[in-house]
Each structure stands twice: as C-alpha cells, then as structure tokens.
Design a protein around this ligand. Structure first.
Ligand SMILES: [Zn+2]
Length: 151
C-alpha cells in the first residue's frame, strides 16, 4: 500500500507538470489557479479500485492538500520553462526594465502590425541594453520569433 501511494503522487506530479507546460505554451498561465486534482485531472479517474483502496485514497487525499514544497516545485518547473536558467536573471530583468523605460511601446505589434503587442521580445538572445535589440510583439509573433531565432 505504501508503494501505491508513492506511484500515485509521481503520476500526479507528472500530470500537473504537463498541464502547466501546456498552460505556458498557450498563454493561459496568466489565469492559472491552484491545480485541479479532481475529476479527470486525477490519475485515478476512470480506474477501478477495491472499496478498501478507495477509502484509503480518500483519506490520503483529504490530508494531502498541496504542500508548500509541492507548490515550490511547480513554480520552479514553471521558471525553468519560461527562463533560460543559464542566463543571469537580474541582468534579464534589469535590461527588460531599461528597454521598457527607453523604448515606448508601439501601438501595434512590430512584426505583424495587426494587433497590440503583449510582449517585449529580445532579438539577439543576448539581452543587450539596446532598444534595437528588442521588439514589441504580440503573443503569436513572439512565439514565432522565439522558434526561429534561437541563438
Ligand atoms: Zn504580431
């Protein structure tokens, strides 16, 4: 019974991480909430257990509120997706801040010129303190640019 509980939490973690990755990709991470562990998000959904096991799972679940450690792991994973850990974070932040201050946000995405920009995108990947190294892009163009101009 001990090993079963362990496997569950492993599978659960994987599921959470996949859901988070998807959310990051489609941009819905902005409205993310506490991960949903009910219904078909639960790895046990649709599977059958003996009533005894179900009871045990229920008990465990009641106790197993998402722990602080768990939350930290999720947030660490998210950071890993969004930022290149090899880059100096404080540099990244300060350059972004600097560019936002020195480069007025364009009314339309500088690439497609159709929709208002949502992102400040770096072109060279080096985060130069140079407004010409940055473009205000819509989410879609930013995604395209990210894929195409990988350094
Ligand atoms: Zn665009």
């Amino acid at each position: 019974m001990v090993s079963k509980t362990y496997k569950t939490s492993e599978a659960h973690r994987k599921k959470l991480s996949e859901a988070q990755k998807k959310a990051w990709k489609n941009g819905s991470y902005k409205d993310r909430k506490t991960p949903d562990v009910g219904g078909d998000n639960n790895p046990f959904f649709g599977k059958k257990h003996t009533p005894e096991t179900i009871l045990k799972i229920k008990e465990a679940r009641a106790k197993q509120v998402i722990t602080k450690e768990h939350k930290e792991n999720i947030s660490k994973a998210n950071r890993g997706i969004h930022f290149n850990p090899n880059k100096d974070m404080s540099h990244y932040n300060s350059v972004h801040y600097w560019v936002k201050k020195n480069k007025p946000k364009s009314k339309l995405c500088e690439h497609c010129k159709k929709v208002p920009p949502t992102d400040l995108a770096n072109i060279s990947g080096e985060y130069k303190r140079d407004i010409n190294d940055f473009l205000y892009l819509c989410r879609k163009c930013h995604m395209i640019q990210d894929g195409r101009l990988k350094n």
